[in-house]
Design a protein around this ligand. Structure first.
Ligand SMILES: NC(=O)c1ccc[n+]([C@@H]2O[C@H](COP(=O)([O-])OP(=O)(O)OC[C@H]3O[C@@H](n4cnc5c(N)ncnc54)[C@H](OP(=O)(O)O)[C@@H]3O)[C@@H](O)[C@H]2O)c1
Length: 311
């Protein structure tokens, strides 16, 4: 198939493009930068230079590529201060709203068969009520933390736009928290280093449940969705959702760091805002049962326990 990947140079794109090319697909990879064209060639894609927020450039790039499938992996998550979550996600939110709409219009114009888009299971999309592990049928958070409201609205927009596109097979992949190469949970990168330096404390009871996914496994599930996914939502997470009180000390040990410090909830809120407090104490995990069943996919790193050590 001809596959157009928007976000081809990012954390997922880096893993996805070579995988699609190796499977025999013709891949066109989108980037804003002329200078990243060589990198895209190396990954196995024909580069298309376009700004995702310019509808004419997107229409032209997609029109020229004439893909069977579009994959939307556009994000722009730079340095993140959890106290100002929406501010720091503002560009990602534009990519998830305007960017998705432009890609959908461009895809409709050339009649793409499938449209696969990145969404979120990993950092607070699911409602924080009921059981600790959510399936795709469970509701998104109707009352997100104040500082995450715009981000949740953008996620909803993306999901509704993709699933509502009845002219194509619209597929939403709700990824868990990424770790591995090209992510902030990798050796030498921000979050591993915070844990190593004991600057990532356990807040309150640490009951927030996280679902992780190695980026290579996320790419493999994405390839499966590109090739044979049906319209709908899939959680792309590992087999082992776990509370912070479990994974954080285990990761600290893996990194050879001292046990994380414990701080009360109000101190967590002071330093990491309501979003940080929520992630540490109320977050819900996600189940990958549907993706395993319907995409015939299994994560190569079934648990973060071994996955972190391997990373
Ligand atoms: N579920 C999760 O846990 C999750 C999800 C997403 C990201 N993250 C993490 O967040 C960190 C940073 O990710 P990131 O989002 O900054 O970067 P990233 O993963 O490097 O991906 C950003 C991609 O979007 C493209 N892009 C952004 N704005 C664009 C625009 N206006 N036009 C065209 N393409 C555009 C970039 O292309 P060019 O730069 O080549 O133009 C790049 O390919 C990583 O650690 C990643 O693991 C985690």
């Amino acid at each position: 198939m001809r596959v157009f990947v928007a976000g081809a140079t990012g954390a997922i794109g880096n893993q996805l493009v070579p995988r699609l090319a190796a499977a025999g697909h013709e891949v066109v990879g989108m980037t804003r930068s002329e200078s990243k064209q060589a990198m895209l060639h190396e990954l196995g894609a024909v580069p298309a230079v376009a700004d995702a927020l310019d509808p004419d450039q997107v229409a032209e790039a997609v029109g020229r590529a004439k893909p069977d499938v579009i994959v939307d992996q556009l994000t722009a998550i730079g340095a993140l201060d959890l106290r100002h979550f929406d501010r720091d996600f503002a560009m990602t939110n534009r990519l998830r709203t305007e960017g998705t709409d432009y890609l959908l219009s461009a895809g409709q114009a050339v009649g793409v068969r499938r449209f696969v888009a990145q969404s979120v299971a990993g950092y607070g999309a699911y409602a924080r009520t009921g059981g600790p592990v959510k399936s795709e049928q469970d509701p998104l958070d109707p009352a997100p933390a104040h500082e995450m409201r715009q981000t949740l609205a953008a996620i909803r927009h993306l999901e509704e736009a993709v699933l509502g596109a009845r002219w194509t097979e619209g597929i939403v992949l709700r990824y868990g928290a990424f770790y591995g190469p090209g992510t902030t949970l990798a050796p030498g990168e921000e979050q591993f280093e915070l844990i190593r330096k004991r600057k990532f404390p356990l807040v309150g009871n640490g009951a927030g449940v996280w679902s992780f996914i190695h980026v290579a496994d996320a790419a493999e599930a994405t390839e499966a969705a590109v090739e044979h996914g049906g319209r709908g939502v899939y959680n792309v997470v590992d087999d082992d959702p776990a509370p912070v009180a479990e994974w954080l000390p285990a990761l600290a040990q893996t990194l050879g760091a001292k046990k994380p410090m414990r701080v009360p909830r109000f101190v967590g809120r002071l330093f990491a805002g309501q979003v940080g407090e929520m992630m540490m104490t109320e977050l819900r995990g996600a189940s990958n049962a549907k993706a395993k069943r319907e995409l015939a996919w299994r994560p190569g790193h079934p648990s973060w326990r071994e996955g972190f050590a391997a990373a």
